[in-house]
Design a protein around this ligand. Structure first.
Ligand SMILES: [Zn+2]
Length: 374
C-alpha cells in the first residue's frame, strides 16, 4: 500500500487513541470513514490497473486480460498500461482483432516501446494483439478457436465462445475504463488495401466534434462516414461502436495489406496516433491534421458469383467509373467465366489480393465519394 494510506492509517490510530481518551465520537467516525475509503482514493491517484497490468504515474506496466475457459479454451490477451507522469484522460489503443493484419499490430508494438510515460498527460491502455490464435496459426479474418470475427460480437457475453468472452472482458476492462478509443485494422492476408479511416457520427454534437477532431488529426486522407450502426448497448457488434454508444469518442484506422509490413504503412499508424494524442492534449506539441480529406459516404461490396482464378485489372486506390471492369475470373482451364464490374464510381479501398476465389468471396470494396464534407 502507498504512503497515503500509511499516513492516513497513523492519523486514524492517533485519532482512535485520542477519541477514546478525549475527543468526540464524531471525529472518530470521520477518521474511520477516511480510513475505510482511503484505499480507493489512493489507488485512483496512484496507479492504474487493467487486467494484471498495474502502473503508477510515470510507469509502464505489462500484463494480461485473462479470459477464463468456458465452453472452449481460455486465452490471455496481452495488455500494456502507460500511466503518464501528469494527469489527463485515458486513451485505449486496441489492435489485432484480426491477427494477420500485421501492420496494425506492428504499429502498436512500436508505440508500446516509443510512448514515454514521462511525457504523457493521462493514461494509455494498449492491447497489441487481441486474436493470438489467428496470429500464431496465420488464420485471416476469424479466431480459429470458434471461427468468429473478433470485431463482430461486442459487447460480448460470459457464457459464449472464446471470442464472445474475450469481447466482454475488453468491454469491461478497456472500453468502460477509457475516455477515447482507437481500433486498428488493415488489409488481411487476402486483401490489397489502401489506407483509410472510419468516422462514426452518433448525432451527439459534443462527442462527434471530438471524434471528428481525432480522425482528422490521425491524418489518413480517405475517411468513411460510417452511419447506420447498431445503437443498442447490448448489441453494438464492433469495438469502436461499443465505445461510441457508451459516449466515448472513437475511430477506426486501417493500413497495410496482404501480409506485408511496409515501413510507410507502419509510420502512418504510429505518426497518426501521436498526432491524435497531441490533439487530445496527452502529448506536448501540435497535431498535424489532414487538410483536405476525401470523405466517403458509403462502401459498396463486390463479391464473386463464381469460383475460379481471379486476375485483377485495377489496384488498391484506383478510382473507377461505374461499370468499369475490376478484373476477370477464369475456370481451371483458363476460360473466362466472369468479369466483375464496379457497380458505382469510387475508390478501390481494398481488392482481392490472391488468385483463389470461391463463390461469394469479396472481390473489392469501393468507397463512394461524398459530395460534401460532413
Ligand atoms: Zn480487421
Amino acid at each position: 500500500m502507498c504512503w497515503l494510506s500509511g499516513t492516513l492509517y497513523s492519523r486514524y490510530a492517533q485519532s482512535l487513541w485520542g477519541g477514546l481518551m478525549l475527543r468526540s465520537f464524531s471525529s472518530l467516525l470521520a477518521c474511520l470513514l477516511i480510513f475505510l475509503f482511503s484505499p480507493l482514493f489512493a489507488s485512483a491517484q496512484r496507479s492504474f490497473t487493467v487486467g494484471t497490468a498495474s502502473a503508477s504515474p510515470g510507469e509502464k506496466a505489462t500484463g494480461y486480460l485473462e479470459v477464463p475457459a468456458g465452453i472452449d479454451s481460455a486465452t490471455n490477451i496481452p495488455v500494456v498500461v502507460i500511466n503518464g507522469a501528469k494527469s489527463g484522460p485515458v486513451l485505449a489503443l486496441v489492435t489485432g482483432a484480426h491477427g494477420t493484419e500485421y501492420v496494425s499490430i506492428i504499429a502498436v508494438e512500436k508505440l508500446v516501446g516509443e510512448l514515454d510515460p514521462a511525457k504523457i498527460s493521462g493514461t494509455v491502455i494498449l492491447i497489441p494483439l487481441v486474436n493470438i490464435a489467428s496470429f500464431e496459426q496465420k488464420v485471416p479474418h476469424v479466431n480459429p478457436i470458434d471461427n468468429k470475427s473478433m470485431n463482430r460480437f461486442y459487447p460480448g457475453r460470459a457464457d459464449g465462445t472464446q471470442t464472445e468472452r474475450a469481447s466482454l472482458i475488453i468491454t469491461n476492462q478497456v472500453v468502460d475504463r477509457c475516455d477515447y478509443l482507437i481500433d486498428y485494422h488493415g488489409g488481411d492476408l487476402d486483401e490489397s488495401l489502401r489506407p483509410y479511416a472510419y468516422w462514426g457520427p452518433t448525432g451527439k454534437d459534443a462527442q462527434d466534434r471530438i471524434s471528428k477532431e481525432m480522425v482528422l488529426a490521425f491524418g489518413l486522407d480517405h475517411i468513411i462516414i460510417w452511419r447506420d450502426r447498431p445503437t443498442d448497448p447490448i448489441a453494438t457488434r464492433y469495438l469502436d461502436n461499443t465505445a461510441s454508444v457508451r459516449g466515448k469518442p472513437s475511430i477506426v484506422v486501417e493500413a497495410g495489406y496482404a501480409g506485408t509490413v511496409e515501413a510507410d504503412d507502419v509510420a502512418l499508424l504510429v505518426n497518426g496516433t501521436l498526432s491524435t494524442m497531441r490533439a487530445l492534449k496527452m502529448l506536448p506539441g501540435e497535431p498535424h491534421p489532414v487538410e483536405n480529406p476525401v470523405w466517403l459516404e458509403k462502401i459498396v461490396d463486390v463479391s464473386s458469383d463464381v469460383e475460379g482464378i481471379f486476375y485483377p485489372l485495377v489496384k488498391r486506390g484506383t478510382y473507377v467509373e461505374a461499370g468499369m471492369k475490376l478484373g476477370y475470373v477464369t475456370d481451371f482451364f483458363g476460360k473466362t467465366i466472369s468479369e466483375p464490374r464496379a457497380p458505382n464510381a469510387g475508390v478501390i479501398l481494398h481488392l482481392d489480393a490472391v488468385p483463389s476465389l470461391k463463390k461469394g468471396d469479396n472481390i473489392a470494396d469501393i468507397g463512394v465519394v461524398s459530395p460534401k464534407a460532413p
